[in-house]
Unconditional design. Sequence first.
Length: 474
Amino acid sequence: MLEEKTTDALIIGAGISGLACAAWLRQQGVSVAVLETASQAGGVMQTELHNGYLCETGPNSLLETSPRIGELIALAGLQDDMIAAGPQAKRRYIVKNARLQALPMSPLAFLRTPLFSPAAKLRLMREPFIAPLPATEDESIASFVRRRLGNEFLDYAIDPFVAGVYAGDPDNLSVACAFPKLKALEANYGSLIRGAIRGRKERAQREDKAKDRARMLSFRRGLGQLNTALAQKLGRNILYEISNLQIARDPIEANWQVSFRQRGESYSLAVQHLVLTIPTNRLLEIFSGELAEACRPLQQIPYAPVVVLTTGFKQEDVQHPLDGFGFLAPKKEKRQILGTLWNSSIFPERAPAGRVLLTTFIGGARQPHLADLNDEKLIELTLQELRELIGAHDRPEFMHVRRYARAIPQYALGHQRYQQIINRLERDFPGLHFAANYRDGVSVSDCIVRAHRTAGEIAQAHAHLKKHEALAFA
């Protein structure tokens, strides 16, 4: 059972959000337990070793966008195992007319690139003179980018980027929720270009870094090594293979009553703070009554299905030099994949000598029906795409398929309503905290930052309660 007889906080879900939150709570002297239905920690962030290929079956890297990232790595004791991507990982390719074109990373490269037409480049120069819309209007990413930057920039820069981050469709996602910093540039400066120039000094003084300037990180044994290290620190305070979880608020005791089963045994806990890091579709399984009804609207948050197909080739069987991070396929190109990462080009020791490791993503909000294909069909279409786009000939010597029916929450138009519901739930049910990836960003970095914020809120409330109790008994 638990190492500690009493627990101040209980976290539901041992993915990276739950593990990070638990690590920071323990650091601040708050006793914590974590409940997980699976037999291991990490959620979708898993690393598997197959015949010398180090496969990431979920996220592939971690961006150091905040000091919180380094702090968590230090808490896990992994400073010596951390590795940063090489400079070539900054090179990204976009599919255009069945060929890979490098995404320009400088003004000079932008002027020279064949990715955008001369008309599109001239259209971009108009951006500082376009009047902003009111900040209160919920606008799609596609509408926002089309209005400010033009159709080509939407089609060959933002659309593939949205597919890479959210597996989403820019016509359906809210720019204010999915990319709030982009919307803030327009609101604060009236222009994206003007904001990028004027805000440079301000951004340099901030702790947080823009994603294009942040280091891309992993570990010698993959991202899953972070899960393992954090879980080992928590020890028996993580309970796996949990079932029949039921949670209710006790208004008299002002705490949360929790019951569950583990390997045939029944257990119960009473805790002050409850942290939810699980997907929205599981909320109605664990709550009942008033709380279940209050959570019901969150079931409407859409999720995109994604299939992750990992392939290992002999290096000589791939014609492209794989000199970058990988490529993304815009919707306009009508490809059957979202894109492919070149894992062995990003981090060392991801494949045996003379071999390359690739990870291809299929489905998403753009083509959800493809995620329902059987493995044979998925492998066939992936190999056809890789043959046409990077000259990957012959069959790969290694293949691995992982499916996620609900991979990534979509911050669709109207998502602000769900954020308001979450805020109201936390206000109306004291001690309830949401720290899942349908709040404040979907990336691993976003989840870590949110977990730190949640842990800080709980630690502050816990310290206030202890101080109040000490005064009461003085």
